[in-house]
Structures are given as structure tokens and as C-alpha cells.
Design a protein around this ligand. Structure first.
Ligand SMILES: Cc1cc2nc3c(=O)[nH]c(=O)nc-3n(C[C@H](O)[C@H](O)[C@H](O)COP(=O)(O)OP(=O)(O)OC[C@H]3O[C@@H](n4cnc5c(N)ncnc54)[C@H](O)[C@@H]3O)c2cc1C
Length: 355
């Protein structure tokens, strides 16, 4: 019988990340399918409240490596904690979230355990034998993997499962002691440098992906480009909706070629074959042609809409659910006006707070 270890770090505030809760769903579902023993392994500065929050997940054991030495993302201490938790649980399957912190260490941990690892897993099934699904070649090829080697470490891709929710209560956590040599503590994280919130345009948790294409920079019907208006239209929409900003390759490449473009876009915003494959319930493409190398990045966008002047653009050829054949400058000005009016009404009707 398999023993499944759900393995995760806790965040700096002692909670579990959204990706960790999604991964827990994968581990819980699999334990039911395989009738396997489920163990929880947590590490970080504090773990008790995170363990309590998932008390109802059906785990037989809760194990933790806890303390200041394990609060920072550092290869040596993270790998030691993950190895100790895997050994203490005698896990045959280790299921962990595909976060940057765990991705960095789990291949090494699998090696230390004489096991094997597969990453970017987006589905788990069993017909008696465990099968793990992942995509290759920019999500164009779907593969089903199985392995005889144990332990088998599986990193679960974010947004592949619904986040686990269930009852919380006080659980007994078994503390696993890990002693670190001085050499394992040499690296320290001195701080985090992140862009200000308004410049942080890539928002993986957003409900909507807003894609800007090269059309925003092209000459419009008056024979002139309108970059300033394009910038205002896009940024106002992002501010009003908290949407995540994607781009076509053509638009981000223009900045590389030194042309005047929208300053807030980088190659990190690029969606497509040589860009990202984000996951959002809805997507709105504007001034983007909808060519296959771009649209392949929309694989996980459920409801797709596009605004384009050209009724024969790629989106019209079965790539979008709805195509608005219209001028995106005009449409977005109207939409932003409506969103701003709605925000004003919300502010006016919000109950006053008396200090
Ligand atoms: C190997 C390879 C890999 C690639 N990888 C990627 C990738 O990862 N991502 C990617 O995006 N591309 C990729 N491409 C490029 C891709 O094929 C297209 O060239 C690119 O997506 C085109 O970008 P675009 O639609 O923004 O620009 P354009 O093709 O220039 O389209 C601009 C569109 O804007 C519309 N438009 C203009 N003004 C308005 C207006 N006022 N209102 C509404 N619509 C308007 C026009 O009708 C036009 O359809 C790749 C290509 C290759 C060969």
C-alpha cells in the first residue's frame, strides 16, 4: 500500500499558500483513490496553525520541522527538512506544490532518497496504478507517466486542482528534529525586492487576462499612432479590474527594437508558444491578431473574447468564443468609463466608517 506525504513549507505568516491548498486536494483525492495512508509534512518558522487549518483532510499523521532555521528559502535547510519529513513518514509518494521554493530543492531531495521526481504535474489518476499527467512542448503534447520506483516525488502545477477546503481544529503535530551544520546556514535572505503594486501587472490569481497586441501601437484611422491614449486605456482598465496583463510577442519585441512602445510591458508579459501559458477563467484580447503561436498560450483560458478591427483575424477562426469587430480604442474608452462610474457608485453607497 502506498503512503502519501503532502509536503509544503509554511509562509512567513504561518499559513499555507493557495498552491499548497490545491496540492493538498491532489494528495487527498489520490489517497482516496489508492486507499493509501496520507501524512502531512510541513516546515517553516511556525507550522501548528497551518496544520490546524487542514485538520479535516483525513491525514493519519502530521509531521513538522519547525524553527527560525527553516523560515527562509535556502537550499541546504529546505532540502534537509524535506528529506527528514519524507524519511520520517516513510512515504512512497511525495506530493508537493510546484512553487519556486520547492522546485529548487525537490530534485535533490528525490536523489537523496534514491527516488525519482516528475514536475509540472497537472492531473493524477489511478486504475490500480498511479498515472501522472503533464504537458510538453508548450502544452501541445499531453503525457501520462507512471513509475515503479519509490519514493516518487510529484510537483503539482499551480491552478491544476481546486484549493482544498474543510474543517479546522487542533491537531497533534509530531516534531521531527533536524540538526543543521553551520555550513547549511551560510546563505541568508536579506530582503525581497519587488516592483510597486501598480507596476506588478502579472497577476496569476486574477479572474481576467487582458492581452494587449501590437495594434495598440499602429497608425489608426487618422493616420497617426496614439501611444499615450493606448497606455491610458490599458492602465485604467487594469486599475479598474485588477486583471493580469498579457501581451503578444510583436508588441514586446518592439521595445527590444528601440521603438516607442508601452513602457510597462516586458517579455515576461508575453503569452504564447515562446511566452507564458497563464491560467485564468476569462481572457480579453485587444489589438492582437490571434495567430496560432500566440493563441497556443491561451490553452487554459476558459472564456475567450477578442476585440479586433479585422473580421478575418485569427480570433474569428474558432480561436475566440466572442469576437467584437470594433475599434479597441473606442471600446476600451467606453468600458473604462462604465467601470469608473460603477466604482463611484460603490464609493457613494459604501457605509460610512466613523472613527
Ligand atoms: C517560432 C515562433 C514563436 C512565436 N511565439 C510567439 C509567442 O509566444 N507569443 C506571441 O504573441 N507571438 C508569437 N509569435 C509571433 C506570432 O506569430 C505573431 O507574429 C504575433 O503574435 C503577432 O502579434 P500581434 O497580433 O500583436 O500583432 P499584429 O499581427 O501586428 O496584429 C495587430 C492586430 O491589431 C489589430 N488592430 C489594429 N488597430 C486596432 C484597433 N484600433 N482596434 C482593434 N484592433 C486593432 C489589427 O487588425 C491586427 O489584427 C511566434 C512566432 C514564431 C514564428
Amino acid at each position: 500500500m502506498e503512503t502519501i506525504l503532502f509536503l509544503s513549507n509554511t509562509e512567513s505568516d504561518g499559513t499555507l499558500s493557495k498552491t499548497a491548498y490545491e496540492t493538498l486536494t491532489a494528495a487527498v483525492d489520490l489517497s482516496k483513490q489508492l486507499q493509501a495512508t496520507l501524512c502531512i509534512g510541513l516546515f517553516g518558522m511556525k507550522t501548528q496553525s497551518a496544520a490546524d487549518s487542514i485538520a479535516g483532510c483525513g491525514a493519519q499523521r502530521f509531521l513538522a520541522v519547525e524553527g527560525a532555521d527553516f523560515s527562509q528559502a535556502r537550499y541546504a535547510s529546505d532540502a534537509a527538512a524535506c528529506e527528514a519529513l519524507s524519511r520520517a513518514s516513510a512515504a512512497t509518494l511525495v506530493i508537493a506544490p510546484q512553487t519556486s521554493r520547492l522546485s529548487r530543492v525537490m530534485a535533490g531531495v528525490a536523489h537523496r532518497l534514491h527516488g525519482e521526481i516528475d514536475t509540472h504535474i497537472n492531473g493524477l489518476t489511478s486504475d490500480g496504478t498511479l498515472k501522472a499527467n503533464r504537458c510538453f512542448y508548450r502544452q501541445r503534447i499531453e503525457a501520462t507517466l507512471s513509475r515503479g520506483v519509490r519514493p516518487w516525488v510529484l510537483l503539482i502545477e499551480p491552478s491544476s486542482f481546486v484549493a482544498w477546503s474543510g474543517s479546522a481544529s487542533a491537531v497533534t503535530v509530531e516534531s521531527i528534529a533536524v540538526t543543521l551544520a553551520d555550513a547549511s546556514l551560510r546563505t541568508t535572505v536579506e530582503g525581497m525586492i519587488t516592483p510597486p503594486a501598480e507596476q506588478q501587472t502579472i497577476r496569476p490569481d486574477a479572474k481576467l487576462l487582458f492581452v494587449a497586441g501590437a495594434g495598440w501601437t499602429k497608425k489608426q484611422k487618422d493616420g497617426q499612432p496614439h501611444l499615450a491614449e493606448a497606455e491610458t486605456a490599458i492602465l485604467d482598465f487594469l486599475k479598474n479590474t485588477n486583471a493580469s496583463l498579457g501581451s503578444s510577442k510583436s508588441l514586446v519585441d518592439l521595445s527590444g527594437e528601440g521603438q516607442a512602445v508601452l513602457g510597462f510591458l516586458t517579455h515576461l508579459n508575453q503569452v504564447g508558444q515562446t511566452g507564458a501559458t497563464p491560467r485564468h477563467p476569462k481572457g480579453l484580447s485587444t489589438c492582437c491578431h490571434g495567430e496560432e503561436p500566440h493563441v497556443v498560450g491561451w490553452r487554459f483560458i476558459t472564456d475567450r473574447r477578442a476585440i479586433n478591427l479585422d473580421p478575418n483575424c485569427g480570433w474569428a477562426r474558432g480561436k475566440a468564443d466572442v469576437l467584437y469587430v470594433a475599434d479597441a480604442f473606442e471600446v476600451m474608452a467606453k468600458v473604462n468609463g462604465m467601470l469608473a462610474a460603477e466604482a463611484t457608485i460603490r464609493e457613494e453607497t459604501a457605509p460610512a466608517v466613523h472613527g
